[in-house]
Design a protein around this ligand. Structure first.
Ligand SMILES: Nc1nc2c(c(=O)[nH]1)N[C@H]1C(S)=C(S)[C@@H](COP(=O)(O)OP(=O)(O)OC[C@H]3O[C@@H](n4cnc5c(=O)[nH]c(N)nc54)[C@H](O)[C@@H]3O)O[C@H]1N2
Ligand SMILES: Nc1nc2c(c(=O)[nH]1)N[C@H]1C(S)=C(S)[C@@H](COP(=O)(O)OP(=O)(O)OC[C@H]3O[C@@H](n4cnc5c(=O)[nH]c(N)nc54)[C@H](O)[C@@H]3O)O[C@H]1N2
Ligand SMILES: [Mo]
Length: 788
């Protein structure tokens, strides 16, 4: 990457931050980002429409809003997401004329993003290595021709990122299934897939069970592996309210995260003027990376022991025995296994003391109503499904499921990632759903499972995946094993991306390539019958409308539903059973089709127009268990002691560390907004490695030194990422953290969660070496693989 792409290098990149999260820093940061994007006035107006009944859904995270009708809720990172979309900068055909693809590829991701909104559909001209403008009709005709020429529809792969609306997602799955494949990898495969799998089997729903109202009632909130101060800032408002009324907030995180400690709410004038803040976490457990299963099992062991002791003392026990008897299965087996687990193993693997876990058990028992939240610190490990089931086991012990103030809360990422799954963006659709599609639309959908994200990369590498189509996202950069992924994309005959901005995936292309620019969520979507709204589903199953207010970034942009429908029309033509173009004239027609397909969406158009929208039914929240057992099931899991990290440590002389890849405060996944990570005290620099001071010293290094990373993988492939600045950070020994996506090259494609196949981005065994300047060349090889 070009160093000169980035803003001026900061002379003191590391300046520990001891203020609260939020506060004036958040307001200053918003002003800065709006100004940089050239949108001070329009931006402010745009911000006031975020999450309003007649405005648009925030394109940031999936955290719900209070009623979706309340006053403007301020969120620094939501504002950055809006500013990024409402930018005045434009990536016009002129940009592509001035740069070959190889030249563009030499720029950093940050620079690519700064070029602004794309304005025209572009087609790769291989001879000149340039993208040239193409008409929409030509673009659709080209894709249609290539799709129809495939030996099998399964040679095409259709990726989705979680910003896609319900309407676009529904049309997309309809088109692709009528075309004939279930090849639907999506960002969820890299994100909350393990949550869906764990919960579906255990409690019969693949989603969380709580609503915002439960946060007002909870006596304790446990937060596992999540950094809300950066990734779900509006959640801090709920946590602050909860903390103020005395709710215990217990955070499990290897890193000290500012947003989990103290928060000054920019919504609260008094707090802002007084410089005050609210303490968020009452307890902060700095466990080891990957140590959550052991930690929760330790807490459960204490709960069971306290229960037994109380019974022996003639007191009442602490378990909800009625709930366990009536609603759960397999408790006895589970309890016996927990009692047999060794404390030595629990302590060694969690990195917590028995006393620390005892304290959590006491908080748990003292709390009538408990919510457990979790994020990527839980899902991106080999044993993520088991860890989530252990967290739910803890909830089940005292009936903390399906009653007010209690429940499971996987905190979803992208603003509509949950809705996309509800619309059946899924490589493993249930047969009953396929029957329904057949009955409603009159075509026979494919029955075989398709590929997920890892499977898609494998298929492209093997040459069986030939056309890659991405509805949003940045597949080349978000996925693991960067070098292998790039090789995979380059093997394709055709790569197509529907996108708002230029990103790496457009430059790591197949033999033929198209970039299709679309409207963003903040923009007016004008169709034959007038301006259209779309719908989204938040992390708590609330479905509501979203309509843009800004003029489109360019006259040639199409909406995502229009792109999908016109592509379907071009590809399937007269053989289609679906009136594609008519659906686009009025999105109410798409919603009617959704209502016919999914019972939970009956009277969709009417219900979604009620201010605030509606909540999808959730059987587990009503204590009905729609899984095979017909009960909430206690799942027994051993504490893992033979994971890749254990094997790597056994096989190596030098210390092997466990690296977690995390988000900085100035990024949205692969989109880098800026070079600062304010709450972690990092400024003007992204190649940093957070490490424990004692580990730094033991390596014979000092904070401020540069180091190179090698992953210790079992396939013998050398994977490296080089030139990271060592930062002395409050993190347990043996653990490291660095930013995603700079470290994705270290994650082997074959390293993923059991059952869920989610890449293990939070547990990469690595060794740390002093930086060798020549190794920059190796790091650049990854970027150089961009240059054909
Ligand atoms: N501004 C902004 N908002 C976002 C995003 C963004 O990039 N920027 N991304 C969106 C998306 S798609 C998602 S999925 C979410 C992600 O939101 P998060 O789940 O908060 O994602 P991460 O930044 O990956 O951070 C995970 C946290 O887990 C901790 N952690 C790492 N390993 C472990 C472990 O083994 N155990 C425990 N207990 N903790 C661990 C890390 O220290 C970090 O605090 O945010 C969404 N919202
Ligand atoms: N190492 C590591 N890897 C990870 C993770 C990690 O924690 N560590 N996290 C994983 C997670 S949780 C996720 S969700 C994935 C994210 O994977 P993706 O969803 O594929 O990636 P994003 O960076 O969110 O996608 C950003 C791009 O989306 C496009 N875009 C933005 N808005 C719109 C829109 O309205 N419409 C369309 N069509 N396009 C739009 C822009 O081109 C932008 O460049 O990454 C995963 N990868
Ligand atoms: Mo995500």
């Amino acid at each position: 990457m070009n160093a000169h792409d980035e803003p001026d290098a900061n002379p003191t990149p590391i300046r520990p931050y001891d203020g609260p999260a939020g506060g004036w820093g958040a307001l200053r940061s918003v002003a800065k980002h709006l100004t940089e994007q050239g949108v001070p006035v329009r931006g402010a107006k745009t911000l006031l429409a975020v999450n309003q009944p007649d405005g648009f859904d925030c394109p940031g995270c999936a955290w719900p809003d209070r009623d979706h009708t309340s006053t403007f809720e301020f969120c620094e990172n939501g504002a950055k997401a809006v500013a990024a979309e409402a930018t005045r900068h434009r990536a016009t055909p002129d940009l592509f004329e001035r740069h070959t693809v190889a030249q563009l590829a030499r720029h950093s991701d940050f620079w690519l993003e700064q070029q602004g909104r794309l304005t025209h559909p572009m087609r790769l001209d291989a001879a000149s290595d340039r993208y040239l403008p193409v008409t929409w009709d030509e673009a659709f005709a080209l894709i249609a021709t290539r799709l129809n020429a495939l030996a099998s529809p399964d040679e095409a792969i259709f990726y989705t990122s979680g910003r896609t609306s319900n309407e676009a997602a529904f049309l997309y799955q309809l088109f692709v299934r009528e075309f004939g494949t279930n090849n639907f990898p999506d960002c969820s495969n890299m994100c909350h897939e393990p949550s869906g799998i764990a919960l579906k089997r255990q409690i019969g729903v693949a989603k969380g069970t709580v609503s915002l109202h439960d946060f007002e009632l909870a006596d304790a909130i446990f937060i596992f592996g999540q950094n809300p101060g950066t990734n779900h800032p509006r959640m801090l408002g709920e946590l602050r309210r909860a903390a103020k009324r005395g709710c215990a907030i217990v955070s499990f995180n290897p890193l000290r995260e500012r947003g989990l400690e103290k928060f000054a709410d920019p919504q609260d004038p008094l707090q802002m003027l007084s410089g005050g803040s609210t303490t968020i976490s009452s307890d902060y457990l700095q466990l080891r990376i990957g140590g959550d299963l052991a930690a929760v099992k330790g807490v459960i062991r204490h709960v069971l022991e306290i229960d037994a002791q109380r019974l022996r003392d003639g007191q009442s026990g602490v378990l909800d025995r009625e709930f366990i008897a009536e609603h759960t299965a397999d408790f006895e087996t589970f309890a016996a296994d927990v009692a047999a687990e060794s404390w030595a193993v629990i302590e060694a693997e969690s990195g917590l003391t028995r006393a620390q876990m005892r304290r959590v058990a006491e908080i748990y028992i003292a709390s009538e109503r408990v919510i457990c939240c979790w994020g990527m610190g839980i899902t991106q490990h080999k044993h993520s499904v088991a860890t989530i089931q252990m967290i739910v086991n803890l909830l089940l012990l005292r009936g903390n499921l399906g009653r007010p103030g209690a429940g499971a809360c996987p905190v979803r990422g992208h603003s509509n990632v949950q809705g996309d799954r509800t619309m059946m963006i899924s490589e493993k659709p249930p047969q009953a759903f396929l029957d329904r599609l057949r009955d409603v639309f009159g075509f026979e959908p494919p029955r075989e499972h398709g590929v997920d994200t890892v499977g898609a990369i494998e298929a492209m590498l093997a040459g069986t995946g030939k056309v890659f189509f991405g509805l949003g996202g940045n597949f080349a950069t978000a996925t693991p094993d960067t070098e292998a992924t790039h090789r995979a994309l380059r093997r394709c005959d055709l790569t197509v991306h529907v996108t708002t901005k230029l990103n790496r995936s457009h430059l790591v292309h197949g033999r033929e390539a198209l970039i299709l620019p679309c409207l963003g969520r903040t923009e007016i979507d004008m169709q034959a019958t007038g301006p259209q709204q779309v719908t989204v589903e938040d992390s708590m199953s609330m479905v509501h409308l979203s309509g843009g207010i800004n003029a489109p970034a360019a006259p040639d942009l199409l909406s995502e539903p229009a792109i999908v429908a016109r592509l379907a029309h071009a590809t399937l033509g007269a053989r289609s059973k679906v009136p594609w173009l008519a659906l686009i004239d009025d999105y109410d027609r798409i919603r009617d089709a959704i209502a016919r397909t999914f019972d939970d969406f009956h009277d969709f158009n009417a219900r979604v127009r009620v201010p605030g929208g509606f909540r999808l039914p959730n059987t587990a929240a009503e204590r009905r268990w729609a899984n095979a057992a017909g009960k909430a099931v206690f799942h027994t899991h051993a504490v893992p002691t033979d994971a890749p990290i254990h094997r790597a440590r056994r096989s190596r002389e030098e210390p092997v560390f466990l690296l977690a890849t995390v988000r900085s405060h100035d990024q949205y996944n692969t989109t880098v907004y800026g070079m600062d990570d304010r709450y972690r005290g990092v400024f003007g620099e992204r190649r940093v490695l957070f490490a424990n001071g004692a580990d730094i010293a033991a390596l014979g290094l000092a904070a401020g030194d540069r180091v190179d990373l090698r992953s210790v993988a079992e396939d013998g492939v050398k994977r490296e990422a080089n030139g990271f600045l060592l930062v002395d950070y409050d993190i347990p020994r043996g653990c490291l953290a660095a930013y995603y996506p700079e470290t994705n090259a270290l994650v082997p494609l074959s390293s993923f969660a059991d059952e869920a196949r989610t890449p293990t981005s939070k547990s990469i065994p690595v060794i740390v070496l002093p930086h060798v300047p020549e190794s920059d060349a190796a790091s650049r090889r990854i970027d150089a693989s961009l240059v054909p």
